[in-house]
Design a protein around this ligand. Structure first.
Ligand SMILES: [Zn+2]
Ligand SMILES: [Zn+2]
Length: 210
């Protein structure tokens, strides 16, 4: 079978996707194309983080940010020198990684993601990930500004705050359960948390006043 002609193998199709910032200095190539979860989040922290990016030159905030969760398994990355980890305030749990040139947000880590996944905001970075997954829930609705009209997709699960009852309701959503858990196998590449560890120290926007 020498000289066998090349046979196209549909199973070998491209299985990486990329997240890049708008100015393209920063790129993260993922070992996975499809997010495992999408959520709509109206929490104050997401709003503040998007507004801070916007003030510095990033994309305008959305009234209902769309969140996508992808496996924290990164094949390659570039532009580390332009990536900056930011926390909104002292003792914040989310760490958001911005490009310091265009203020795109490349990704967000949170202890609850257990390094199995990380999150990104649709419209605040460029991506080739498949974003066709529908949001599983709208969360933190109690933080939605009272002077705005809340328009949500029909029949979406609504989580107003994370009281114990609502946590149970949230965790019972299949895509949430499969996403927010310990990794069942180690990443092939490096994880988003490992990239953050290579960045400069996390900047806290509102340090606690002593
Ligand atoms: Zn950039
Ligand atoms: Zn949020």
């Amino acid at each position: 079978m020498r000289n066998a002609t090349y046979v196209y193998n549909p199973m070998k199709k491209e299985n990486t996707a990329e997240i890049a910032c708008k100015c393209t200095r920063c790129r993260i190539v993922l070992n996975c194309v499809t997010p495992s979860l999408s959520l709509l989040c109206t929490c104050e922290d997401c709003r503040n983080a998007l507004e801070w990016g916007f003030i510095n030159g990033g994309a305008a905030p959305n009234i209902i940010p769309e969140l996508f969760y992808v496996r924290s398994d990164i094949k390659t990355f570039q532009g580390l020198e332009f990536m900056k980890p930011i926390q909104i305030r002292d003792n914040a749990r989310s760490t958001r990684v911005y490009c310091i040139k265009c203020f795109s947000i490349l990704g967000v880590d949170h202890p609850g993601y257990k390094n199995n996944v990380f999150m990104f905001f649709k419209g605040h970075c460029s991506t080739t990930c498949d974003l066709s997954i529908k949001p599983s829930a709208a969360i933190h609705l109690k933080d939605f500004p009272g002077d705005r009209i809340l328009e949500l997709p029909k029949n979406i699960k609504q989580i107003w705050s994370f009281t114990s009852d609502e946590v149970i309701k949230f965790r019972s959503i299949p895509n949430v359960a499969k996403t927010l858990r310990d990794p069942i196998q180690p990443a092939e590449g490096i994880t988003f948390q490992e990239i953050i560890q290579r960045m400069p120290e996390i900047e806290v926007l509102k340090p606690a006043t002593k």
